[in-house]
Ligand binder design. Structure first.
Ligand SMILES: [Cu+2]
Length: 206
């Protein structure tokens, strides 16, 4: 639960970086020409962007980079023209018609070092959440312990066989005392013993 705020903070930082990047780069700049002056006098752009000049004066003007660099066409009232700046640097310019009495500056900043940093921070927190589910596997082994009681029932059946044997030995001495009944007693005793043994075997097999 404590990791969520950290993630949110990382996300917020990312969003801030993304939000700040375009504003620093600035939209393609526009400069108006009014009352024999450039407004704003200085503009900042990123390499590869353009600056557009629009003439609001009745008189014609232009923008010409000093040192014999490129310049706009001559702008009549209401006309616009643009120059593209591909290399970083500071470019002073003047009016191509009225000279250094009308001056301005274009500052060109090198393009896009920031995009390389953002991607790294996010991926690491994910694997830790997978460790929690496994505990569910342990409850399953416990049901196996309950089947064991049947083994104790088989153990209790075994003593009943031991109890049956004494009756067989008790019947034998009685047979030697009297001559008439012994075969019947022996037969009945044998049937009882066989029955008990059969019963005990049947129970043991279960
Ligand atoms: Cu001018």
């Amino acid at each position: 639960m404590r990791r969520r705020p950290a993630r949110l903070a990382a996300l917020a930082a990312l969003l801030l970086l993304v939000a700040l990047a375009p504003s620093a780069a600035a939209a393609p700049a526009s400069v108006t020409i009014a009352s024999f002056a450039f407004d704003p006098k200085s503009v900042t752009i990123t390499a590869g962007e353009t600056v557009t000049w629009t003439n609001l004066d009745r008189a014609a003007h232009s923008a010409a980079l000093t040192g014999g660099g490129p310049k706009t066409k001559t702008l009549a009232n209401g006309e616009s023209d643009s120059l593209k700046f591909t290399a970083a640097g500071t470019y002073p310019y003047v009016c191509g018609i009225h000279g250094s009495s009308m001056s301005g500056t274009v500052v060109v900043v090198a393009a896009a070092p920031p995009p390389t940093a953002p991607p790294t921070p996010v991926p690491t927190p994910v694997p830790t959440t997978r460790l929690t589910p496994p505990p569910t596997a342990t409850p399953e082994p416990t049901p196996l312990a309950t089947p064991s009681p049947p083994a104790t029932a088989a153990a209790t059946a075994a003593p009943s066989v031991a109890v049956a044997k004494p009756t067989e030995q008790a019947a034998a001495p009685a047979a030697s005392d009297s001559a008439g009944p012994p075969p019947l007693v022996i037969g009945a005793g044998a049937i009882v013993v066989i029955g008990l043994v059969a019963f005990a075997i049947a129970r043991l097999r279960r």
